[in-house]
Design a protein around this ligand. Structure first.
Ligand SMILES: Cc1cc2nc3c(=O)[nH]c(=O)nc-3n(C[C@H](O)[C@H](O)[C@H](O)COP(=O)(O)OP(=O)(O)OC[C@H]3O[C@@H](n4cnc5c(N)ncnc54)[C@H](O)[C@@H]3O)c2cc1C
Length: 461
């Protein structure tokens, strides 16, 4: 333990209500790990905060001692920002309260909530919050970066559904941000990530929804190009209630997949309908007819939808990602994607393609820090593997494919799908909103205390 961490521990231990874990404590090892096994760091101290006052204490003490500080909600930062070596982790995992007002269709969620904590509470009264697709993801990091998921087309991004934030800023004070309070901060928090403080409570808007229709199908390698060429035209005309995600990958060897496709490149299609149930098949069937094999077409609960991908993204596996937007997919890009599947270093590597548009695209670029939503196709190249000896080849696979695809991409990147080695792309994520974000950052965090994130540095004074 460094001298600074010893001093930090001594100054916190008197009043801190949660637990302060040092490397010698038995809970430390499990508290140290984050979701991405590629990022294994050893903080000097982990502050498991019990409440907002603990968050204030931790921020004030770390600031006074000049301690590098990471903020952790669900620990799902792909980039690994929610941990650090030798510094402090402010861990919010004990702050997971959700309080739902069914009549007003809103909820207050604490800063440590996972997506599943929100769904469990809101589904009890038949309401849903538009968030991400894996229930063990942390809600705070996801919402602050933007938040895309199954309901994005229907109800907008997660950040579009926030009515107010309560946060502890760098000087330890509590600040509210809403359309009527600190409007610039309210704007910045909707897409600007964890740059401005620790959000301890989000005031979120909910929507009535408990069942959905989901159809899944596989398209054989020869059908991938025509499928992707028709996808955009189809989605341009589709109603908000339809979401169609396509994952390009090598088909797994399991009984759901026809024997002829196993081990070969395929497009895995997931079509979700959240509109009027009687109209579902009118939109799903034409899309499903573009698949070579239909796998399912059924009604399921929103909770089942939100948890069905959980086991595909296990904690501790190694992950590397790169992301970008397309307005359309040209033939050359599609060919690069299909070719890359042939050389994928692991069967879990995938090219995730989601078509946004819909309600998300109705929000103007200046309304939130998240910005422009006019390029509807968001791509995420995701490598996933377990053996550290395979790090280099998996990371190279993502980087090489990204380099080939980049000329056809549109400027911009979604901060939550970036890796930890992409700091130079952060201005690209915010483009014309950069100066305004720097102004807000300079006001609330002039010394860049919150810097373990896709960082927006404050102006030098
Ligand atoms: C399995 C998986 C599935 C995903 N699916 C989706 C998806 O469907 N849609 C989508 O949009 N994204 C998705 N993502 C990306 C996700 O949005 C980001 O990884 C996000 O950072 C996760 O949030 P977290 O709270 O778990 O992050 P953490 O790792 O806990 O924190 C990451 C960063 O967020 C900030 N932060 C966290 N909590 C707070 C807080 N309370 N106040 C201020 N700053 C805070 C800090 O800067 C911190 O460094 C997914 C990621 C994973 C790993």
């Amino acid at each position: 333990m460094t001298a600074t961490i010893k001093q930090l521990f001594s100054s916190l231990r008197g009043d801190f209500k949660g637990d302060l874990l040092r490397p010698s404590d038995h809970q430390y090892e499990s508290a140290r790990t984050i979701w991405n096994g590629l990022v294994a760091r050893s903080p000097g101290l982990i502050a498991l905060c019990a409440d907002v006052a603990d968050v204030q204490r931790a921020i004030r003490a770390a600031s006074q001692h000049g301690t590098l500080t990471a903020i952790r909600c669900g620990g799902h930062s792909l980039a690994g920002f929610s941990t650090c070596d030798n510094g402090l982790v402010i861990d919010l995992s004990r702050m997971r309260e959700v309080s739902v007002d069914a009549d007003a269709q809103n909820a207050k969620i604490a800063g440590g909530c996972l997506l599943g904590s929100i769904d469990t509470a809101t589904q009890r009264v038949g309401l849903a919050f538009p968030s991400g697709v894996v229930s063990h993801t942390g809600a705070s990091g996801l919402i602050l970066g933007g938040g895309t998921g199954w309901l994005t087309r229907r109800f907008g991004l997660s950040c579009d559904n926030v009515r107010g934030f309560t946060l502890v800023v760098a000087d330890g004070s509590i600040v509210r941000a809403s359309p009527k309070e600190n409007e610039d901060l309210f704007w910045a928090l909707r897409g600007g990530g964890g740059n401005f403080g620790v959000v301890t409570e989000f005031d979120i808007q909910l929507h009535p929804l408990n069942t959905v229709v989901l159809a899944e199908g596989l398209s054989a390698e020869v059908k991938i190009r025509p499928l992707l060429q028709r996808w955009k035209d189809f989605m341009t005309e589709a109603p908000l209630g339809l979401k169609w995600n396509i994952n390009l990958r090598v088909a797994p060897d399991n009984e759901k997949v026809s024997a002829e496709f196993r081990g070969k490149p395929v497009a895995s299609n997931a079509l979700l309908w959240t509109g009027d149930a009687t109209a579902a098949q009118r939109y799903i069937e034409p899309a499903l007819s573009m698949c070579s094999q239909s796998i399912s077409n059924r009604t399921l609960s929103f909770t089942e939808l939100q948890t069905m991908a959980d086991s595909y993204f296990p904690h501790g596996q190694r992950y590397y990602t790169k992301s970008g937007y397309f307005n359309d997919l040209d033939r050359r890009s599609i060919d690069h994607m299909i070719d890359a599947l042939g050389s994928a270093p692991s069967s879990e590597a995938q090219i995730e393609l989601a078509y946004l548009g819909g309600a998300a695209a109705k929000v103007a670029s200046w309304e939130t820090a998240f910005g422009d939503r006019s390029d509807p196709i968001i791509m995420n190249l995701l490598a996933s593997w377990s053996d550290a000896a395979a790090d280099a080849e998996n990371i190279s696979w993502v980087r090489d494919l990204f380099t080939k695809l980049q000329p056809a991409m549109k400027p911009g990147v979604y901060v939550n799908f970036m890796s930890g080695d992409e700091q130079e792309r952060v201005p690209e994520a915010y483009r014309e909103r950069w100066d305004r974000l720097v102004t807000v950052k300079s006001h609330y965090d002039p010394n860049n205390f919150f810097r373990l994130n896709q960082n927006i540095p404050p102006r030098k004074s």
